[in-house]
Design a protein around this ligand. Structure first.
Ligand code: KG4
Ligand code: ZN
Length: 352
């Protein structure tokens, strides 16, 4: 079965073709990072307009790469939520129009399910069940992934997400957007022991996270430095921030592994690209008989392949999950644990 995947939930426009027998056949992506950089963050209206400009050429490119025609697809999967309402509507609108024109069914995919399954795109994919640390710009979650479609939430952030903590700290340090990779680059030149930063909730008995206090602590240090701020103090502070965030993530993941006793741990989402997080997790689990799985860097951040994959797996498991193209909606707020057996969900729907 051949599935076209469309991703437009935030600031990446992406398309991909996934075949249940042959795997990923083609993918194309445009990142809007340069456009939003000037504003220090994503401007939703600009994001939507750019998705409109980019999506159809990217779909053409994907089909050309794969050597397939539009009529070859069995279904069209698109990100139905969560994300920016206007941005999501572009992908959902194009998917619906294609579905109506081609007479092909649609699958509305949960963006986080895409991230969660993205390690399955690797040459060495994990098998179910596994423990997942999902760390993106908007979410920080520990999930027990029992099987495809069966996700139990073990813990999540009570305030800022880990990616948000990276991004906000980077902004306070005067770095560009998105801050995570920039902060990580600068941290390589700093000494994390130069500043003592809090590790919120690290020792709490639950599996929840909290990162808002960290941002405040960074703000206090930056203010205290005032005019004395220099390249080295910025690098030291960046190193201390990265160290604090990764310490908490690794500590809580280790606790979740002890509780669930899963012997496979998967890390997904944009922050999963962080080198220090990968190294610390590897050191944590090296002699515990726990296998670690990371998506390739290109599948850590938003992409179309993970949406095509999630749609294809859904179609394979439940052929009746696909619905005829017609009126559509998106779910800007959509809880992953609320998706039903068919991968559908309700919530605060934005109808077109
Ligand atoms: O998963 P993603 O692409 O988008 C969302 O669905 O949110 O994640 C984006 C987040 C941003 O906060 C970005 O700063 C962070 O991932 N990120 C990183 C790194 N690469 C991306 N954070 C730390 N280190 C990195 N190398
Ligand atoms: Zn994402």
């Amino acid at each position: 079965m051949l599935v076209l995947g469309i991703e437009t939930s935030c600031d990446e426009t992406a398309a991909a073709l996934y075949d249940t027998a042959a795997g990923l056949l083609g993918h194309a992506l445009h990142s809007q990072v340069d456009m939003h950089q000037a504003y220090g963050g994503v401007v939703p209206e600009l994001a939507s307009r750019d998705h409109i400009r980019r999506l159809l050429p990217l779909i053409d490119l994907t089909f050309a790469q794969a050597g397939r025609k539009l009529r070859d697809v069995d279904a069209i999967a698109y990100t139905r939520g969560p994300g920016l309402a206007g941005a999501l509507l572009v992908g959902a609108g194009v998917a619906s129009a294609l579905g109506i024109a081609l007479g092909k069914p649609l699958l509305g995919v949960h963006h986080l399910e895409g991230h969660l399954l993205s390690p399955l795109l690797s040459a060495r994919p994990p098998s179910f069940p596994f423990l997942a640390l999902l760390v993106s710009g908007g979410h920080t979650m520990l999930l027990d992934v029992q099987a495809f479609g069966r996700y139990q939430l073990l813990g999540e952030t009570v305030d800022d997400a880990a990616g948000e903590a990276f991004d906000k700290s980077a902004k306070l340090l005067g770095l560009g957007y998105p801050g995570g990779p920039e902060l990580a680059r600068l941290a390589a030149f700093g000494d994390p022991r130069a500043y003592e930063l809090p590790r919120p909730k690290m020792h709490s008995p639950d599996l929840d996270f909290s990162f808002a206090g960290l941002k405040t602590a960074v703000l206090t240090r930056v203010r205290a430095l005032g005019a004395n701020v220099c390249e080295q103090s910025c690098a030291d502070l960046a190193a201390a921030v990265q160290d604090a965030i990764t310490d908490v993530l690794v500590h809580k993941t280790a606790r979740a592994q002890q509780i669930t006793q899963r012997d496979r741990v998967v890390v997904a989402g944009g922050v999963g690209a962080n080198r220090q997080l990968r190294d610390k997790l590897a050191a944590q689990f090296v002699d515990k008989g726990v296998e670690l799985f990371f998506p390739e860097l290109q599948w850590c951040t938003d992409n179309g392949a993970m949406i095509a994959l999630a749609g294809a797996l859904r179609l394979q498991a439940q052929p009746d999950a696909a619905r005829a193209a017609g009126p559509f909606d998106v779910l800007p707020r959509w809880d992953l644990t609320q998706i039903d057996a068919l991968g559908r969900g309700e919530g605060s729907a934005h109808r077109a």
